[in-house]
Design a protein around this ligand. Structure first.
Ligand SMILES: N[C@@H](CCC[C@H](N)C(=O)O)C(=O)O
Length: 260
């Protein structure tokens, strides 16, 4: 059987298998193959897998799969990692803005050493719920404000909200978000499709930063403290519940490569 050349990257501890699929040799519909590549005991181990493919109008296309093997909605950290990968394999240049296509639209990005900034889609339509906020930042996110995220049983409570009828039929990612202190926020995320806590979630960090603004009525730059490090989210407000020019910034790094 022909081997698959892969590259492993991580963005603040959200880790991914990357495959250069510009020749179309990898079958993205093979759910059990993707699940086994992401498996932490039997495979390479990752929260998700991405294919870098050709695009007609941008530098490349990003296709994202969760570790359950299913193609899903936007992954912010994945977008930052695939941008770093695109530089490393010579598809785009470091230090210059470029664009790529993803499931939620076209994204701008820039790679400066191992720091990657990614422009996210505009956000509007925040659902106010008794227990928190629900918004879509490219992927669906429920924000539950808590006093101290470090005290939360993220697996247990995350599983409960991820499968709650409020978010049926697609389910949601779940973020436990602490109070804002000088623009800094602690957060932890349970991810749909990984079905566990991950060390970081980019679309979740964006949702939590916007949620923090929504709750406090101030700030447009937030340092999000997550188990895997720190992400910075900046945005402009455009009307009461509309957010534009949203940027997600933080480290994204190559880990290892191989063939399997
Ligand atoms: N880790 C991601 C989010 C990936 C998508 C999510 N699991 C879903 O299926 O909704 C991020 O960094 O945004």
């Amino acid at each position: 059987m022909k081997k698959i050349q892969f590259y492993k990257y991580q963005g603040t501890g959200n880790d991914f298998v990357l495959i250069d699929n510009r020749q179309g040799q990898f079958d993205g519909s093979d759910q059990s193959l993707i699940e086994s590549l992401c498996h932490r005991r039997f495979g390479i181990g990752a929260d998700g897998l991405m294919l870098l493919e050709k695009s007609e109008k941008s530098s490349f296309t990003m296709r994202y799969y969760n570790s359950d093997g299913r193609e899903s909605t936007m992954c912010g950290n994945g977008g930052r990692c695939i941008a770093a990968f695109a530089v490393d394999i010579g598809v785009v240049e470091a230090g210059e803005y470029f664009s790529f296509d993803a499931v939620d639209g076209t994204h701008e990005a820039i790679v400066e050493s191992d720091i990657v900034s990614l422009k996210m889609v505009d956000v509007e339509g925040i659902r106010k719920l008794d227990e928190g906020l629900f918004l879509d930042t490219g992927s669906p996110h429920f924000i539950k404000f808590v006093d101290d995220p470090s005290q939360i049983d993220v697996f247990k409570e995350g599983t409960f909200w991820r499968n709650h009828e409020l978010f049926a039929p697609d389910g949601t990612n779940v973020n436990f978000v602490g109070p804002v202190k000088n623009g800094e926020v602690d957060m932890r995320t349970f991810e749909r499709g990984v079905e566990d806590e991950t060390w970081s979630c980019g679309t979740g960090a964006v949702a939590s930063a916007i949620g923090s603004f929504f709750k406090t009525g101030k700030g447009n730059r937030f340092s999000m403290h997550i188990p895997g490090g720190e992400l910075t989210v900046t945005f402009d407000t455009a009307g009461e519940e509309k957010f534009e020019n949203i940027w997600l910034k933080g480290p994204a790094k190559f880990v290892f490569e191989g063939a399997i």
